[in-house]
Design a protein around this ligand. Sequence first.
Ligand SMILES: Nc1ncnc2c1ncn2[C@@H]1O[C@H](COP(=O)(O)OP(=O)(O)OP(=O)(O)O)[C@@H](O)[C@H]1O
Length: 258
Amino acid sequence: MTEVAIQIRDLSVRYNHRFILEDISLEIKTGSFVGVLGPNGSGKSTFIKVILGLIKPTTGKVLVFGETPDRLRRSKHLVGYLPQRPLSNPTFPVSVLDVVLMGRYGLLGLGRRPARRDKEIALSILEQVGMASRANAAIGELSGGEQQRVFIARALSVEPSLLILDEPTISLDACAQDELYDLIHRLQEQMELTVIMVSHDIGVVSEHVGDIICLNRRVYVHQPPPIGRLGLEQTFGCSVEYLFHGEIPHRVVRVHDE
Ligand SMILES: Nc1ncnc2c1ncn2[C@@H]1O[C@H](COP(=O)(O)OP(=O)(O)OP(=O)(O)O)[C@@H](O)[C@H]1O
C-alpha cells in the first residue's frame, strides 16, 4: 500500500462565486487517524465529499491511494463512509443485517442480490462491532449507540482501506461516545484502516485522534494534538475552551487578563 493515503494540492471548491474551500494542500499518511475540526459551515462535509468523489473540485488535485476519487470505486482501495444522517427514517422496517448489506450494493452491480459470501462478510463485521446477536432485529429497535455501531458496520462492509466518519458521536452521551471511539480504534488496528473523522468537538477530537486538520475554508492547522489556542481561535473565529476528559473532569480556560 502507498505510504500516503491522501494527497491534496491547491484544492478549491467554489459555489456561486463563493469559496467554500480555498488553497488547500496537505497529505494524510496511510494508517493514520485524522480529525477534521471546524465550526458549522466551515466546509468539513464538502472536504470529505471531495475525497469521496461526490463533489468535483473547482481547482486542484486530489489523489486517494494514488487514484483520482472518481476511479476509486474500481480500485483495490475502497472507501467506507458514515454520513451525518445515515438513515433518513430510523424507524424504517429493515433488519440490522439488511442495513449492513446495503453497504455492499454498490459492489454487486445493477439488479444483483447479495450472495452467501456478502452475508458472511456482513455477519463477520457485525461480530466485530459487537452487534451480531442483533442481526435480525429491526434497526429502529436499537438505541442510538447501537444504531451507530451498525452504521459503522455498513461503512466497513466494503472492506475499505479508508474509513470516513462525519460526526459519528453527535447524538451520543459521554459513555457511548467513549465506547464508540474505543471501537473505532480497535477496528482501525484490526482492519489496518486509515481513518478520517469530522467533528466540531475540540476536546473529543484532541483526545482521540493522531493528527488534527483545523479547517475553516482554509486549513489553519495540520498537526498532532495538543494544538494551540491561537490556531483554534483563528479556525473558529471566536474564543474557545478546551474540555478534556481525564480522571477528574476539568476545564482548561484562557488566562484571564489582569
Ligand atoms: N451544493 C451547495 N451549493 C451551494 N452552497 C453549498 C452547497 N453545499 C454546501 N454549501 C455551503 O458550503 C458551506 C460549507 O458547507 P459544509 O456542509 O461543507 O460545512 P460543514 O463544516 O460540514 O458544516 P456543519 O458542521 O454545519 O455540518 C455552507 O455555507 C453551505 O451552505
